[in-house]
Design a protein around this ligand. Sequence first.
Ligand SMILES: [Cu+2]
Length: 121
Amino acid sequence: MLLVNLAGLALIALIVWWFWLYRPPEAALADEAVEITVENGVYQPARLRVAPQKTVTLRFLRKDESPCAETVIFPDLDISTSLPVGKPTTVQLPPLEPGEYTFHCQMQMYRGVVKVDSESG
Ligand SMILES: [Cu+2]
């Protein structure tokens, strides 16, 4: 019983770490176009900062052949795009209000965020 509880606690700790504490180290200031590499389970860079009301073009270059990496989804923006391996794919973001817009693969293993705030303008 104790063992089960410990395993449960460890799992909770892992979930907390993954969803709330873990922050990918990369932060990029996005101008008009940014290239994002899709490889080894991470978007590179995974955190983008852009100014509000500015159109931004993201060029995804997928190097990971696993089906996990195939689709990139921006749930808040109704964007879902298939990424062919080795071929840069452009995703155009509309002008955005300040806030955070996550993007991820269909299983949410790859995860990234576009942060829109006026300080980066
Ligand atoms: Cu995935």
